[in-house]
Design a protein around this ligand. Sequence first.
Ligand code: ASC
Length: 151
Amino acid sequence: MKKYLLRSLPVALLGALMMTGTAQAVDPEDAIEYRQGVFKAFSWNFGPMAGMAQGEIPFNEEMFLQRADQLARLADMPWQGFTEDSDLGDTDAKMEVWEDADTFEQKIEEFKEEVAALEALIDEGAEEMQLRRQAGNIGQSCQACHDSFRD
Ligand code: ASC
């Protein structure tokens, strides 16, 4: 019994190392579903903000601030879902995401900067018009990325 345990110890250690040290491969379809889920959450939050920015729905400060805060907390999240092997599958992502990763990264940064700029305006108690204008800037950064990287 003791001999058996000693002999199996290195194997068990190796197994444990592989489990903890190596990132487990992610199913590409899971990555696609993950990022699409976060983009859905973007849309849930940004939709009313865009409507208020464009004057399509009345400005509701409480709702605008709540959705802006939630969008800020989501802004870092979907990008992890663009795993290397998730270019094929049930996705509208263009090959350019992987083939022109530098530009994609740059678009992500621009989006995050626009979201951060809105947070800053909210923190300093900006006027409705400034908030609506900055929401418009966020929408433009969404669109700029979609133009190049989404079918
Ligand atoms: C939204 C939404 C998007 C962006 C984009 C802005 O509300 O779901 O993907 O705004 O349409 O141009």
